[in-house]
Design a binder for this molecule. Structure first.
Ligand code: SF4
Ligand code: SF4
Length: 171
């Protein structure tokens, strides 16, 4: 499977669909796009999108987050921007924010990203059902599809444990 083309197809689900049917950036002065040093994780294989498109607004590095797959520990990639991007090329993490996938008793679900609660007014105020229905559905479908790949599932198990650690601090 060519993961670049799969991610590019999935991106399209979020070209016009946003967490709420309003410009939430007006609430917070686009707090999630400040181009600080935090960066956003690329999901496994997503870095191939940027090898293909070669945009000049993104910098990709190896992150400290690792997951075990196929007998080896793999490093997840992380992307940095300067607070601007081509909207149609932005990473999946930006498109689904402040939601994120989570593996709960072997089932793929979608939760509010506990890391988002420190910066995002939506994450602080909304319950899952308050987000745009199509947005929620697209996030869920995206990760159910990606979760069919064994490497993605291995990643998701460790990513969910990592989110649990954050969740202890941000309730
Ligand atoms: S931080 Fe939250 S409310 Fe602000 S632009 Fe990002 S998603 Fe919207
Ligand atoms: S890539 Fe775009 S959407 Fe993502 S944080 Fe940077 S400016 Fe915001």
């Amino acid at each position: 499977m060519n993961s670049a083309y799969l991610y590019l197809q999935l991106y399209r689900l979020f070209d016009d669909i946003t967490p709420v049917p309003a410009d939430c950036g007006a609430l917070c002065d686009k707090a999630c796009c400040k181009g600080d040093e935090g960066g956003m994780y690329l999901f496994p294989g997503e870095e191939r999108v940027y090898s293909l498109l070669k945009p000049d607004w993104i910098r990709i590095e190896e992150s400290d987050f690792t997951y075990f797959y196929n007998g080896e520990r793999k490093k997840l990639k992380i992307a940095f921007c300067d607070g601007t991007c081509d909207r149609y090329q932005r990473p999946l993490a930006c498109r689904i924010f402040p939601l994120t996938p989570y593996l709960e008793e072997g089932r793929i679900t979608v939760i509010t990203d506990p890391r988002a609660k420190a910066v995002c007014p939506l994450a602080k105020a909304l319950l899952n059902d308050d987000y745009d229905r199509t947005f929620r559905k697209n996030v869920k479908n995206t990760f159910v599809l990606l979760g069919k790949n064994p490497e993605f599932r291995a990643f998701l198990a460790e990513y969910s444990a990592y989110l649990d650690d954050f969740g202890r601090f941000y309730k």
